[in-house]
Design a protein around this ligand. Structure first.
Ligand code: TMP
Length: 223
């Protein structure tokens, strides 16, 4: 689907506590300063229906959810998001910055849960309508540090009752997810860039902006 759209599509990925949401917000401001019309969104969620699905997916009480049901719920949230928000945004020439997208399904449901990766890939293709990000930033850091950050954040924000099903997963699960992201990077290094997230917020931000500038200079048309 590259080339059909007019805007640019950037996704930010990584394990829990890697700083995606903070960095996505900073990136939005950076792109706006460049005069771009920016749409900041996230998955699961990004639409009314997606946010309802998000609640089911992240609710700590839903421990019984089976991996395949989980896969389809993420896909359902994504189809809605792609149709309702992302594609219209791109067609309008916007820079769409998305906090997680289909690579998260590969990393979490494929590598983390151990679901058949070919199946995950087919589901991803179907739910994205073949849409591939122009640039994907993977914020990498050791799972121990990420989980500690995420659990502290959830406690401070009072999220621990409603969200946090994934923060309760084992360190081993998060290690598999981290390795999954690194494999995704190795399989598509032109699109996917890994940045060390275990450093100062400003440093991480400047490295992200560098990659974004390269993307813009490469001539992916904006507007
Ligand atoms: P976040 O908004 O804090 O990143 O939480 C979303 C959680 O959902 C996070 O633990 C990762 C997980 N996730 C998946 O397992 N698969 C997916 O496809 C996506 C988008 C997220």
């Amino acid at each position: 689907m590259r080339g059909v759209k007019k805007g640019i599509f950037i996704t930010i990925e990584g394990i829990e506590g890697c700083g995606k949401s903070t960095q996505s917000r900073i990136l939005k401001k950076y792109l706006e300063k460049k005069g771009m019309d920016v749409l900041l969104t996230r998955e699961p969620g990004g639409t009314k229906i997606g946010n309802q699905i998000r609640k089911v997916l992240l609710d700590k009480r839903n421990k019984k959810i089976v991996s395949c049901a989980e896969l389809f719920l993420y896909a359902a949230s994504r189809v809605q998001h792609v149709e309702e928000v992302i594609l219209p945004g791109l067609r309008e020439g916007k820079a769409v910055v998305c906090d997680r997208f289909s690579d998260a399904t590969t990393a979490y449901q494929g590598y983390g849960r151990g679901l058949n990766r070919e199946v995950v890939s087919v589901v991803n293709n179907f739910s994205t309508k073949g849409l591939i990000p122009d640039l994907t930033i993977v914020l990498d850091l050791p799972q121990k540090i990420g989980l500690k950050r995420a659990r502290t954040r959830n406690r401070e924000k009072g999220l621990s009752k409603k969200e946090g099903r994934f923060e309760e997963e084992s360190l081993l699960f998060h290690k598999r997810v981290r390795q999954g992201y690194l494999r995704i990077w190795k399989s598509d290094p032109k699109r996917v860039k890994v940045i060390d997230a275990n450093q100062d917020i400003k440093k991480v931000n400047s490295q992200i902006c560098e990659e974004v500038d390269k993307l813009i200079q490469k001539g992916i048309k904006y507007g």
